[in-house]
Design a protein around this ligand. Sequence first.
Ligand code: HEC
Length: 254
Amino acid sequence: MRPPLVLGTYLMTLVLCLSSVLASPPEQLRAEAEETARLLAKLLQAGRLVIEHNQSLIDDPHRGDKGFTPDVFELQLREQFRTRTGIDLTTIADKSPTFAVPPLARELLPALIEASKEVVRDAQVVINQRGIGYKNFIPATYGSQAAARFSKRSHVQLKQTAVQPRNPKNEPDEYESSVLRWLAGRPNSEAYVSELTDSGKNLRVMMPIYYIRECLACHGEPKGEWDISGYPKEGAHEGDLAGAISVRIPLELK
Ligand code: HEC
């Protein structure tokens, strides 16, 4: 049995989890890493949706204090994640391990929630500013920041990426580029791509994101025209591939 683990020591936890699963057969190791990657991507996506649902509140120039605190955000995030995965994050720590929530995910999901709340906490001054409408606190900026914060503290890399990203930090690597190109040529689907790379050293999962109508004010037509966030529009259409959430989990420790 692993000892109980304290939040904030999840780097240590990651080592423990990985070493415990390294003893398992490779297929199980891969399956657990894949499920962990899928849930991390779903959680980042859930956070993006929560920001989207609160966008008009965040952008309301007439209100100062919006009440969109890190705790309010967290409640909505847990609810959104539960709706999308059936998993209640408030109870995963208590239950005995099940395949649905592998040990690695039990440690990493709370770490991503923490990183996400910190992003909302740091944005409070901006969010609560009166007299300003658009504040550049949108799903994509939230997602880029939460993923970066989480990845910095973890062996697992989480990021948003796109073929031609607006944010240079979201630039795809070679693997991500090839998967994005492959996804772009296929019909819109809920499916994700999962592969072992680097001679089996890394598991990589990419979950596609597609444009919906609400995205087109910034990413749509006319191509090249400036949007409200200060970038040229991509000329995209509803249903086009916008990008992906990309997760890389090392299966071996060096
Ligand atoms: C208000 C304008 C605006 C809207 C609306 C908007 N985006 Fe973006 N999008 C941006 C900006 C700005 C960035 C760069 C964010 C950053 O700095 O990381 C971005 C980045 C992204 C990225 C990450 C890759 C990159 O370019 O860096 C994806 C994926 C994305 N947007 C998808 C969407 C989707 C899907 C929607 C609709 C659900 C949407 N966006 C709605 C402005 C917008």
